[in-house]
Design a protein around this ligand. Structure first.
Ligand SMILES: [Zn+2]
Length: 97
């Protein structure tokens, strides 16, 4: 026979896994398991309430695309103006020659 006092209400329980008075699990292992399940559920609920992480990733991704796009535009502009300068020089050279 095993008598365990309930940690929640102090009632003595004989050979029971849960308190007969308040239903609190008496086994430490069982309580840990129960707490792990509860914490997992809480984590899932917290995750549900937060915006999905892929939105954050997309934001970062977009920023990178814009950064790359801006870099391409910038280098494109630089190349175009270099070609433009080369053509202007070529026309000037031909006209002068
Ligand atoms: Zn109890």
């Amino acid at each position: 026979m095993r008598t365990v006092q309930c940690i929640a209400c102090g009632v003595y329980n004989k050979n029971r896994e849960a308190c007969k008075n308040c239903g609190t699990l008496l086994s430490y292992k069982k309580r840990q398991e129960q707490r792990a399940i509860t914490e997992r559920h809480q984590r899932i609920e917290t995750a549900k309430n937060k915006p999905p992480s892929y939105i954050e990733n997309l934001k970062n991704h977009k920023l990178l695309i814009f950064r790359v796009f801006g870099w391409i535009l910038y280098s494109g502009f630089t190349v175009v103006s270099a070609i433009g300068a080369f053509i202007a020089w070529l026309v000037f050279a031909i006209a002068a020659g």
